[in-house]
Design a protein around this ligand. Sequence first.
Ligand SMILES: Nc1ncnc2c1ncn2[C@@H]1O[C@H](COP(=O)(O)OP(=O)(O)OP(=O)(O)O)[C@@H](O)[C@H]1O
Ligand SMILES: [Mg+2]
Length: 458
Amino acid sequence: METNQERRFALLLVDDEPMILSTLKRVFRNFPYDLHTAENGRVALQVLKQTPIDAALVDLMMPEMNGMELLAEMRNSYPHVWVVILTGYGGVQEAVSAIQLGAVDFLQKPFEDKGLQARIEQLYRMWLLEQENRQLKEQMQFNFGFDQLIGNSAAILSLKKMIIQVAHSDASILIQGETGTGKELVARAIHHHSPRQAQSFVPVDCAGLNETVMGSELFGHVKGAFTGAHENTLGLIRSADKGTVFLDEVGELSPSMQVKLLRAIQEREVRPVGASRNYPVDVRFLAATNRNLEQEVAEGRFRQDLYYRLNVVVMSVPPLRERLEDVPVLIRHFIAETGTPSGSVRTISKEALACLMTYEWPGNVRELENVIRRAAAIGQNDCIRPSDLPDHFRNLSTCVLGAPGDAVREDSLDAYELAAIRNALAKCVGNRKKAARMLGIGEATLYRKLKRYKLSAQ
Ligand SMILES: Nc1ncnc2c1ncn2[C@@H]1O[C@H](COP(=O)(O)OP(=O)(O)OP(=O)(O)O)[C@@H](O)[C@H]1O
Ligand SMILES: [Mg+2]
């Protein structure tokens, strides 16, 4: 998603004396600002035209276009830029007029570094707040209508944006992603945001369909078509008429079903088993797979023509380990959703959260959901503790979190080594042998280091 998260606070310094400009640059050298300079009002306007600027420090006495004229122009064209005026000694009267014209502050020369830094830092903090506010607003906007699809990571927000963009058309969409990443939720969200939302959303479990009855399940049958066909049935696809069909695990379809499905998608009609004519259907097809369908096509297991029909748009749902920042909100969501018998569990301890944040999540969000539901069910407190988590997390908690905070100095080499060890242990779910191999050291060395950093649970 596009946010201004990456952009830094941009400060424009305007003064006709090169000495002052270089002093100002030095004063702000150690601040996280992007500094721009201009030697008079005219140049300043050029900079403003080309670069987003957040605040300007403006000298009053300048040739060509003085500070007052620049200020007036900025109020008109760049009203969001904060202007702080620099005046010569005794220029209080002018400063007052500048404030009346819309400057937020003024400072007299000669200025003290600290005072100047503090004034600009105030503006910088206001800017940060504004950024945060804007981001929250954006999140709210993107989350609207996504009550079930939880997550604020950049990956999930851009997925939501894409869902809104593609929901309106009738194009088929192929949703890819590892198991448990939320592919079905994405499909439901697409349906929910589409003009078909008032009609049915019909999931078809392609992996669970029984080959012999699949035709009739998907396309329906007429009475008497086979033994046991006591009456006409619509089948899953026609029952979704005007709505959406979600072909889950589409990669599991048998070759013969792939042909039949292709025809249904191409012709927009289906022939029930035993029927002598086709029936038109108006459905949108969404499909999901955790296989690499392109490879399946290359290896001849999946029809290329069907693949092209299905992947008009491709969406990829990222694995949870690539968006661990979503773990806390997901946990909150699952705790709120899980009605515990006593209703007591309300939150999660820092230690337990740290365990969950250092895990690889091969089962993705489904695995997290199961862990939280289980912990909420067995938890005795209002707070999920490491002891409420399955064993392999508890190993993480003793090995990864056993360190006292003051074992090493922040930023020292040791701190980096410690972080690498923790990381490796987390990745190997506490298995020291594997962790040692990952770190490229012997197990005995790792053992010594664990003791040294007081990481060892013994
Ligand atoms: N972003 C999310 N917010 C809330 N719940 C989620 C999210 N993603 C997944 N889940 C939950 O995780 C579980 C798995 O999601 P879903 O069935 O959509 O995954 P999937 O990708 O279809 O998995 P599979 O490939 O195994 O079928 C569901 O219970 C779903 O509600
Ligand atoms: Mg699924």
